[in-house]
Design a protein around this ligand. Structure first.
Ligand code: RAM
Length: 361
């Protein structure tokens, strides 16, 4: 299996499906829960958590990726005896999330685990929630760096440059390291999308001399589908009409890459499509050859770890400071600069392993 992720070499790796499954399963396997590991401090954790009410808030409730994220969150809630509600808007915008954050405040939840649809717009509401004593953990998408004190910690998949550069390598491989490429992103307001895209820009320019951003720069090459299926299809078509010679599209969003694959197939378009896709959603398009490769981390683990961080924070066992550590399941995590704990590198999915991964998430 050729799972080349990081061409630059520093941490090139190839994960077999077996290894990846081991990692994917580690935080989600009941046998390995913290509560069953019988130290007296973990027993305290379980008891104390029983009364916690936690809101699990996605960017938008109808996105498959976030259902998997919530699956992990609910698993942690069950292990910790917390009561967790999956609530959030139908559209992935900051203002839509703010209404639900206000609801979380009014209803007196103990904690909020949230993927920020807008890195700035939700900050005042989060600050209000924090002032009301609600423990906040961002997960998947953080608030802007300058607003990091609005939350206890952010649980993110892996460092931005690793995700961004990996995606450039995937598209380069598909287009034979030649031609212009574009990005079909989620929202311009989403921190996760922005940091990945920022990492893609200079990397492509420095690494692939025969490739370029369509229109001449990153900005001209970036289109926003707002994590909305219909808008993402429209933006896919806008790319093709604006740049008829486009060789490849990177969609760093599960909604965008699915829409692009569907529309590519419907149109019989020749443009290469890759990005961050949920294996269960992308399987039909990998299996029929519409696309060759997408990647993603395990969203189940991401939700799971975020709930552990929130509960340990409420128990006073974890303060989110740089250098502090915590455990979730059989994984342990360290908070690094920016108040962020990373899970690990993304996996890649191809015809060689999609049958296995599509059953998991
Ligand atoms: C979408 C969302 C999410 C992102 C994934 C890859 O589901 O934008 O925030 O992490 O794609």
């Amino acid at each position: 299996m050729n799972n080349r992720l990081f061409k630059s070499g520093a941490r090139a790796f190839a994960l077999s499906a077996v290894v990846a499954l081991g990692i994917a399963g580690c935080a989600s396997t009941p046998e390995t829960t913290t509560t069953e590991e019988t130290s007296s401090s973990t027993e305290t954790t379980t008891e104390t958590a029983e009364s916690y009410r936690i809101a699990i808030m996605p960017k938008a409730i109808n996105i498959g990726y976030f259902s998997a994220w919530d699956e992990g969150a609910q698993k942690a809630c069950e292990e910790l005896g917390a009561s967790c509600d999956y609530i959030g808007p139908n559209e992935a915008t900051g203002p839509a999330q703010v209404q639900f954050i206000n609801q979380v405040i009014q209803e007196g939840y103990d904690a909020l685990v949230i993927s920020a649809a807008d890195q700035n717009a939700i900050v005042p509401a989060l600050q209000e929630a924090a002032a009301a004593g609600i423990t906040i953990v961002t997960s998947d998408a953080d608030v802007a760096a300058e607003s990091a004190d609005a939350r206890l910690v952010s649980i993110l998949p892996s460092a931005a440059d690793r995700i961004g550069t990996a995606e450039v390598d995937w598209v380069a491989e598909e287009v034979g390291e030649e031609g212009c490429v574009t990005i079909l992103s989620a929202a311009a307001t989403a921190a996760n999308q922005n940091v990945w895209i920022a990492a893609m820009g200079p990397y492509l320019e420095a690494t692939y001399p025969n490739m370029s951003w369509c229109g001449g720069d990153l900005e001209s090459a970036t289109f926003y589908g707002d994590d909305d299926a219909t808008k993402s299809v429209e933006q896919f078509n806008a790319i093709l009409s604006q740049y008829p010679d486009v060789a490849g599209i990177i969609a760093p969003t599960t909604v965008g890459v699915l829409a692009a694959a569907q529309e590519k197939k419907a149109k019989g378009a020749s443009v290469a499509v890759t990005g961050l896709g949920l294996p269960s959603e992308m399987a039909p398009y990998i299996e029929d050859g519409t696309i060759t490769k997408v990647g993603l981390w395990n969203p189940i683990d991401l939700g799971y770890v975020a709930v552990y961080a929130a509960v340990l924070g409420m128990n006073g066992e974890f303060d989110g400071s740089v250098g502090s550590t915590f455990s979730a399941g059989d994984g342990s995590y360290e908070v690094v600069e920016g108040g962020i704990a990373y899970l690990g590198d993304p996996f890649t999915f191809t015809i060689d392993n999609i049958a296995t991964f599509k059953e998991i998430y």
